[in-house]
Design a protein around this ligand. Structure first.
Ligand SMILES: Nc1nc2c(ncn2[C@@H]2O[C@H](COP(=O)(O)OP(=O)(O)OP(=O)(O)O)[C@@H](O)[C@H]2O)c(=O)[nH]1
Ligand SMILES: [Mg+2]
Length: 222
């Protein structure tokens, strides 16, 4: 009985996510769902990415947090459209919550919409919101055992950013081991090693995002 309830919730969410996706497609909008544990660096990555790409791409952001609008305020300082969702306790965003923000955006004026999910290494990976793909961050302070212990997010994501590499001299964590374990779970994963503090590795990420927007657009025109 319990299993079937969970299945129903996921199926209902999938339907709404599909409807969201159809709207994003119609508007030619690339959407990615950015996930990680609390504090791995999602908002820091967005701040850097917006600074680097905002001349070339029109970016909008949906911020998901259990409580507070601090992340949305950080993004708003960049002068781009942002909406904060407060889940009031729920540990992930779902399709309905994302749909509720649509009236706040002019999608015709955007190229890229990023959804920053609630900080949580488990539940966000279970729920689609209508995104083109999921992206995740793991910071080196979390440890090299995380892919093996929390495989779903690594399985569901198209891209992994290993963040805070500036801290590698101070923590016992092997980036090689993270990559090896990740590729066992998801052999197709694109992986970047970055520091949002020093900027190391970020140029490759910016170029990858630019290419994703371009590729998606030309695919939709065919
Ligand atoms: N040393 C170092 N600190 C970083 C780096 N990236 C982020 N931080 C710090 O890590 C903390 C958390 O960063 P956020 O970007 O707020 O993390 P988040 O994933 O958005 O956090 P939640 O939204 O609360 O889940 C902040 O104090 C950042 O300054 C990095 O590359 N190196
Ligand atoms: Mg954040």
């Amino acid at each position: 009985m319990k299993v079937s309830v969970v299945k129903n919730i996921l199926e209902a969410n999938d339907r709404i996510a599909q409807e969201n996706r159809a709207i994003f497609d119609e508007k030619d909008l690339l959407v990615f769902n950015l996930m990680s544990s609390p504090g791995a660096g999602k908002t820091s990555l967005l701040e850097k990415t917006i600074d680097a790409l905002k001349e070339d791409l029109k970016i909008g952001v949906i911020e998901g947090d259990i409580q507070s609008s601090q992340d949305a305020e950080r993004i708003a300082e960049k002068g781009i459209p942002v909406v904060q969702i407060n889940t009031g306790g729920a540990c992930h965003l779902d399709g309905n919550m994302i749909r509720d923000t649509f009236k706040e955006f002019d999608f015709d004026a955007l190229d890229l919409l990023v959804v920053e999910n609630v900080g949580n290494l488990v539940c966000p990976a279970e729920f689609k919101v209508g995104e083109d793909f999921k992206a995740m961050i793991l910071s080196v302070t979390e440890g090299e055992d995380k892919p093996a212990k929390y495989p779903l997010m690594f399985h569901e994501s198209k891209v992994l950013l290993i963040n805070k590499i500036d801290l590698l001299p101070y923590v016992d964590c092997s980036v090689e081991k993270i990559k090896e374990e990740t590729l066992k779970i998801n052999p197709g994963m694109t992986i970047f090693e970055i520091s949002c503090k020093t900027g190391e590795g970020l140029d490759a990420w910016y170029n990858w995002v630019r290419e994703e927007v371009k590729t998606r657009r030309s695919a939709r025109k065919q």
